[in-house]
Write a protein of this length. Sequence first.
Length: 200
Amino acid sequence: MDRLNTRNILKRKKHKLEGNNYNCILCSNNLEETAFHLFFSCPFSQACWQYLGIHWDFSMDFFHMLIQAKQQFQSPFFMEIFIIGAWQIWKQRNNFIFDRGRPSFSSWKQSFLDEANLQALRLCDSKRVIFLFLLAVQSSVVGSLPFSVVRLSFFSAPPRTPLLSFCSCTVLLLVVSRTVVGLRFILNKNFTVGASHAVF
């Protein structure tokens, strides 16, 4: 992680920053921006990992912490989720420094979902279907729920169990109901516009 030009690395390279401020810009804890703080212990990044259902044990060394988190994640997509999540945290940080954008969890979440949809093209067909389905459900139906809730609905139980079938059916019903409501709104709107044009 020392290859990333975090503010801690820039300080060690004797690179001067404005106001000699080497603190993390994603939180207000006045802590120096190391790679570990930025991606793991920063409150901003912790909120992101909590949303994804990834939990870190800071009492362990880095590699054992990563292995444990992967084992607890209970999904074949851990590395994809982890890399995309970390990449979007880094982009939130850079967006603030170079473009004066304002970091926000909602912006990170939307960027995560957009990037995940693109990266899904790298997966094999069978995995891509499941991965994209999870993303579609998360982004269009239950976007207010943590990603981990949707993930656990599919991977916390063995395939073809009653729990998995129930969760899948529930999600599909939500998708259908959401689609019907959206189509009804569009049709009503178009009908109203068409009727108004007919009058004139």
